[in-house]
Design a protein around this ligand. Structure first.
Ligand code: DP6
Length: 341
């Protein structure tokens, strides 16, 4: 009863922020994302191995990180373990198994730094656990279990461009592939501005969304923009999708910046420098690109694949940008026999 899965993070064109049902991670709106994979040295893979055994006396989970040459292992406790259990407990129940588990996960990129490691982590976890428990679930069903650990993880079960339907209960809030990776003509440069762990996790941030006067407006506008974004993604209309993506990120940050009692300001000065560079590049007309920012300082800049190296050269020279990661659309999460233990 052991299995390992690999999943990739995703970046949303149309964001979700806040929760309609916090226990089930049901979002206030549909969202749309691209599952992403590194083109260069950083591949953006999360590997998760899980084993259920009658011999285990308690559930244990850890995340292994490789920072420079040092390998560290964090044993998950409290809220972090709770999020793992939010995925595993319903799967165990469905399989009628009450064995305890050992889980180990490993990222080839910084954890919790706005690169969506919880999305790939929870997606790999749901897939590996369902396989270890011998549950035959569709990708859409798997996405509902991944969602229980991290909302955006629902979108990392499948590759390409993925649509997460808001839904109203556990079954109806699922993600499905809209465009296959080979048909997505979009790449992106991730400008890593800080790779330290963020002070306010998205998990905590979602709970503050309702305190902003812009929250209802953001939800309404996002719902209105969704049809355009879906059409743009299907018809490869990069300009329209890019414009909607930038709007969506800005609406979300308006809510974050006006949350009470404490504003959520995830940006660093270099975040603004990247935004300004993108706007200037668009003005000059020959390098069409659009930005998006999640709950962190890093900026994703979308472009057409033939512009990726030119864009990377420009962005890596911005003061405060520590590293750039070029990415392309990734494939589905998958099972592998390369176990971590
Ligand atoms: C800002 O619920 O996925 O990326 O699991 O805590 O990382 P964590 O957060 P999650 O919310 C992050 C949402 C977002 C926007 C989006 O991806 O739609």
């Amino acid at each position: 009863m052991k299995s390992t899965a690999v999943a990739h993070p995703n970046i949303a064109f149309i964001k979700y922020w806040g929760q309609a049902n916090p226990n089930l991670n049901i979002p206030p709106n549909d969202s749309l994302s691209m599952t992403k994979e590194g083109i260069g040295y950083t591949k953006l893979n999360t590997y998760t191995t899980i084993e259920f055994l009658p011999d285990y006396t308690k559930d244990t989970a850890s995340i292994q990180e490789t920072e420079k040459l040092a390998v560290t292992e964090e044993k998950l406790a409290d809220r972090k373990l709770e999020r793992v259990l939010a995925v595993i407990n319903p799967l165990r129940e469905k399989a009628g198994v009450d064995y305890k588990f050992r889980m180990k996960s490993c990222n080839d990129f910084p954890t919790q730094a706005g690169l969506a490691s919880s999305a790939s982590g929870m997606a790999a976890l749901a897939m590996a656990a369902a396989d270890a428990l011998d549950l035959k679930l569709t990708k859409e069903e798997l996405s509902t279990y991944a969602r229980l650990g991290s909302g955006s993880a629902a979108r990392s079960i499948q590759g390409g461009i993925v649509h997460w339907h808001q839904g109203f209960d556990h079954k109806s809030s699922y993600a499905e592939q809209l465009v296959k990776p080979e048909n997505v003509n979009i790449n992106a440069i991730i400008t890593v501005i800080s790779n330290t762990q963020k002070k306010v996790t998205s998990d905590a941030g979602h709970k503050t969304a309702k305190s902003s006067i812009f929250n209802t407006m953001r939800i309404q506008q996002t719902r209105d923009d969704l049809e355009d974004a879906l059409g743009a993604a299907k018809n490869d209309n990069f300009s329209l999708l890019g414009e909607k993506a930038e709007d969506s990120a800005m609406y979300m940050h308006c809510v974050m910046l006006t949350s009470k009692p404490k504003r959520l300001l995830y940006w660093e000065p270099a975040t603004l420098s990247v935004i300004k560079t993108v706007l200037d590049l668009r003005q000059s007309d020959d390098l069409e690109c659009y930005f998006s920012i999640d709950a962190g300082p890093n900026v994703h800049v979308f472009c057409r694949p033939d512009k990726i190296y030119e864009l990377g050269e420009i962005l890596c020279n911005i003061k405060g940008v520590q590293m750039t990661i070029p990415v392309k659309p990734a494939g589905d999460a998958y099972i592998t026999d390369k176990h971590l233990f």
